[in-house]
Write a protein that binds this ligand. Structure first.
Ligand code: ADP
Length: 266
């Protein structure tokens, strides 16, 4: 994990929680004089949908020149099997890390959240682009994100979503994955495979916070497992597993605490 927190109690809590769960936090700086990033999350009781007000604070202090950012590719102990990035840190840092990963031959999963427009160079050589419909619309230049969402029992993705995914592939993405909440997940690969995988049935949606992050984590585990075993990555199988994991998250309240452990998913 590479990042930055402030020298406050939130920072110590977050770093400590990651470390307790076995994450190497030596790349997570605690900076004097900065505050830890915080998010105020409001959950609508009947639907479980959320609104997030974000104050990035120390997240915006993660710079491309930081030792941790620069060092992860050169040190064989920390060279990742897969680099996962979001847009919670400054875009120039993300773009620099993408370029370094490309040079080093490290596969990258980009989850462009919170959404902001990206230069074409960001897509070139990306192994996985995981977007929700808002991100797909913003990055794909579609005014109405609702036009990208199929009806719940549809068997095919809307043509507009297919077109957006094709444009990402044309820019150099190998696997495009669009998560559409309860409406399923659409995927398109550079070798032309595509499909709409239904979401898992959930008895009661309590809180959708962290569903997208759970999806990304579970999907990434499948990608890493495939490359470690030397087998071809099966995007559809990864989506099914990630759907199962994210369905558990929406059934529970909270963010980090609602994410299931792997042994809960067998
Ligand atoms: P984000 O949280 O980034 O907006 P989504 O809303 O698409 O992303 O949710 C991510 C994933 O979480 C979905 O692809 C699906 O696997 C799962 N999920 C979200 N909402 C539901 C739901 N109501 N029922 C079942 N699964 C859901």
């Amino acid at each position: 994990m590479v990042g930055c927190v402030g020298d406050d109690s939130y920072g110590a809590l977050l770093r400590g929680n990651l470390a307790r769960h076995g994450v190497d936090v030596s790349g997570v700086d605690a900076r004097v004089g900065l505050k830890t990033g915080v998010a105020l999350i409001v959950v609508d009781a009947p639907s479980g949908e959320n609104r997030i007000i974000l104050s990035p604070e120390a997240n915006h202090a993660v710079l491309a020149g930081d030792v941790a950012v620069a060092g992860i590719f050169s040190d064989s102990d920390t060279r990742p099997d897969l680099l996962i990035m979001q847009l919670e840190i400054p875009l120039p840092t993300v773009l620099a890390a993408l370029a370094r990963a490309r040079e080093a031959g490290v596969a990258v999963l980009l989850n462009p959240a919170p959404a902001q427009p990206l230069p074409d160079a960001a897509y070139a050589g990306l192994a996985h682009l995981v977007v929700n419909e808002t991100e797909a619309a913003l990055l794909g230049g579609v005014a109405d994100s609702a036009s990208l969402v199929p009806s719940t029992d549809a068997e095919k993705a809307p043509q507009a979503l297919d077109a957006v995914a094709r444009a990402f592939v044309a820019k150099g993405v190998r696997n495009v994955v669009a998560t559409l909440g309860s409406h399923g997940v659409f995927f398109l690969t550079a070798d032309g495979r595509s499909g709409l995988v239904p979401a898992e049935k959930v008895a009661a949606v309590v809180d959708t916070t962290a569903a997208g992050d759970t999806f990304v984590g579970a999907y990434a585990l499948e990608a890493v497992a495939a490359s470690a075993a030397g087998r071809e990555f099966d995007v559809e199988a990864a989506v099914r597993k990630a759907n199962r994991a994210a369905a558990r998250t929406v059934e529970r309240a909270g963010a980090q605490d609602s994410i299931p452990w792997r042994d809960e998913l067998v």
